[in-house]
Design a protein around this ligand. Structure first.
Ligand SMILES: *Cc1c(COP(=O)(O)O)cnc(C)c1O
Length: 358
């Protein structure tokens, strides 16, 4: 059935091999982040079986629930919503936090469930998403002191997230602030504080350059392992595949028509006023996939001679005129995906999944 995502499990495994070797070379434990493919169960089983992976991580507790029976520790990356602390304590071994009121709720819930819940305290080094602001030392120390009063919470580490909202690139200098802060907290409170989590796929390049500060001992990797590129500068990572997951859709109409619509132009299905390039008469393929299933700016046809003209909610329109292949109705076109494209296709209920290469 189409449209579908095709997971090539042998390519995914190769990516895992490469990324886990790289992360271990940097002296770090590895969290594999599963949100971009909605914690797909077959993928989770493959990841759980990999000796180089230390933790499963996701931003949503629903996804973690999907694989918390598998033999890896689980980490909730997004700050817990106060209403969901019951499930967070039940299904996540560790959660990332920045609000003492939420941490207190986790503590109460952990006491109810007779567990110790571990937390990583997030520090904002300037990307301006989550975390205690790094310049406010007093607030950080006060928060640590409050956490240490809680009987069922273990302060397990510090973490930072970069290159998300503010697009700030991790460097030796900003990550060193995190390492130093961890050292200060250890000394001041006589704590072990075992984890210093130094970011996501955008931190990987520092390992290759030998610039990841000593003391960063964990990385959380999603995009780099699934799409094969680091995300600070967008470089491909040698030894990974960018096509481990591809999206396939089927042609439902193929006709030669003009390239510019005819009549008075109003707005398209999404309220935009598009502009059309005049290519003369072209061979137009309509595929049964649309904006409800796909992010058309984040998908690239594998056939290099065809391109996407546009889409509405259920139809994708392509120009296949220059292709060496003689397309016909019923043929399937394959696309590699960017991060947004994978996220959207994996989230759509209308996109099927299939697995090859295991
Ligand atoms: C999504 C996410 C990651 C993974 O990011 P990638 O760029 O896909 O490696 C890591 N940490 C946090 C907190 C996240 O939300």
């Amino acid at each position: 059935m189409y449209p579908r995502l095709v997971f090539d499990l042998s390519k995914v495994k190769q990516n895992l091999d490469t990324i886990s070797n790289l992360v271990k070379k940097g002296g770090c434990s590895l969290m594999i982040v599963t949100k971009s493919f909605c914690a797909d169960r077959r993928m989770a089983e493959l990841i759980a079986a990999h000796p180089g992976v230390d933790y499963f991580a996701d931003s949503r507790i629903q996804n973690i629930k999907n694989y918390c029976d598998l033999p890896k520790e689980t980490v909730l990356l997004r700050l817990p919503q106060p209403w969901e602390v019951e499930e967070v304590v039940r299904y996540a071994d560790i959660s990332f936090n920045s609000e003492i009121s939420t941490i207190r709720l986790l503590n109460e819930e952990a006491a109810k469930q007779d567990r110790i819940h571990r937390i990583v305290l997030m520090i904002d080094l300037g990307d301006l998403r989550e975390g205690l602001f790094f310049r406010e030392r007093d607030t950080i120390y006060e928060t640590v002191e409050e956490i240490l009063k809680l009987s069922n919470i273990q302060l397990f580490g510090l973490g930072v997230n970069l290159t998300c909202y503010g697009a700030i690139i991790p460097k030796h200098d900003n990550l060193s602030i995190l390492v130093q802060l961890a050292e200060d907290i250890r000394a001041r409170y006589n704590l072990e504080l075992p984890m210093v989590s130094g970011g996501n796929s955008s931190s990987l390049y520092l390992i290759e350059k030998g610039e990841l500060p000593e003391g960063i001992n964990n990385l959380r990797i999603g995009e780099a392992f699934i799409l094969g590129n680091e995300t600070a500068y967008g470089q491909c990572i040698a030894g990974t595949n960018g096509d481990a997951i591809v999206l396939e859709a089927q042609i439902i109409e193929l006709k030669t028509k003009p390239s510019v619509p005819i009549g008075e132009a109003g707005m398209d299905a999404f309220g935009q006023r598009p502009v059309y390039e005049d290519r003369g008469n072209i061979k137009r393929a309509i595929l049964a996939i649309g904006k409800q299933d796909a992010d058309i700016d984040s998908m690239t046809p594998i056939d290099p001679d065809i391109d996407i003209l546009g889409a509405s909610s259920d139809h994708l329109i392509m120009d296949v005129t220059p292709s060496k292949k003689e397309y016909k109705v019923g043929d399937v076109i394959s696309f590699t995906l960017g991060y947004g494209g994978l996220l959207k296709a994996a989230t759509s209920n209308y996109v099927n999944r299939t697995y090859i290469g295991d």
